[in-house]
Design a protein around this ligand. Structure first.
Ligand SMILES: [Zn+2]
Length: 281
């Protein structure tokens, strides 16, 4: 195997990042692609010691050495480089959110409650929200999360949330859902996942005064959570409520969003940063 021990001190694992167990068939490229990352950004995030190595051959040899010593790789397809295998022990690499760590100037705290399982895994929806807002220096923080085991009659009643989505919600089933979790700070946003709405909606950003919250349906797209949070942050007076550009997060139907991650306009970002839920760091 082509291996070379790095001369500088190695730090592994990286401080943050999602721990990922490698499997047979994975490659740095496939894992990077699945997470919208650049392949070398992913490798260097795991093994920052190779970042400053200019000689590409040496760099690749060091990655092999690091894979054997820190990820436990032993298998190879070409006899020169290690490949990932399900039997690698411990077999963990770490996945960052971004190719380049952004500089954050603001934060938005989110609380989650769930009455259902969603089509899009929660981690994807949350990660997507982090990626969208990070482009503008806004960090999305997970404050709390709970799955609500409701009594059966209550669960049945709220299985389909009746009513219409209004900016100000003070009664009805939309309000009932948002009241399932109480006592949250008025500067943090509650996101509730429900099975479906009686109206043809994937989400609603309306809420009671000073109780910032939004509701997302199980069939929501990977961007619906970020979009509904966007409505809460933009507030009821921002116009236009929806964008006509399919690359914008606030495009009217989140299933039709075409860019990854979607963007916000300067006016939207300015308004969002004025929200009491978008706190300056
Ligand atoms: Zn909307």
């Amino acid at each position: 195997m082509l291996e070379q021990k790095p001369t500088q001190a190695v730090t592994f694992p990286p401080r943050d990042g999602d721990r990922y167990k490698v499997r047979t068939g994975d490659s740095w490229g496939s894992i990077a692609k699945a997470n919208d990352l650049d392949t070398w950004a992913l490798i260097e995030y795991n093994f920052p010691v190779v970042k400053s190595v200019a000689d590409f051959q040496a760099k690749c040899k060091m990655v092999n050495w690091l894979l054997r010593n820190h990820v436990g790789c032993t298998k190879s397809s070409d006899g020169k480089n290690y490949r990932f295998d399900s039997s690698d022990t411990p077999g963990y690499i770490y996945i960052p959110l971004f190719n380049v760590q952004p500089t954050f100037t603001h934060r938005v705290g989110l609380h989650f409650c769930s009455l259902t399982t969603t089509n899009v895994p929660f981690n994807t929806a949350f990660r997507n929200a982090q990626r969208v807002y990070a482009q503008y220096g806004i960090r999305i923080d997970f404050q709390s999360g709970r799955s609500l085991g409701l009594p059966e009659d209550e669960a049945n009643r709220l299985a389909v949330v009746n009513g219409s989505c209004e900016w100000e919600i003070t009664s009805g089933e939309f309000n009932d859902v948002q009241r399932l979790v109480g006592g949250l700070p008025s500067t943090e946003i509650l996101v509730c996942y429900v099975k479906e709405f009686s109206a043809s909606l994937l989400g609603c950003g309306g809420h009671a005064p000073n109780k910032p919250a939004c509701i997302v349906a199980a069939a929501g797209s990977g961007w619906t959570t970020a979009h509904e949070v966007g409505h809460v942050l933009l507030g009821k007076n921002f116009s236009p409520v929806h964008a006509t550009d399919t690359t914008n997060l606030m495009y009217k139907t989140t299933l039709g969003i075409t860019s990854n991650p979607p963007q916000l306009t300067t006016a939207q970002v300015e308004q969002i940063k004025k929200s009491s839920c978008c706190v300056k760091l």
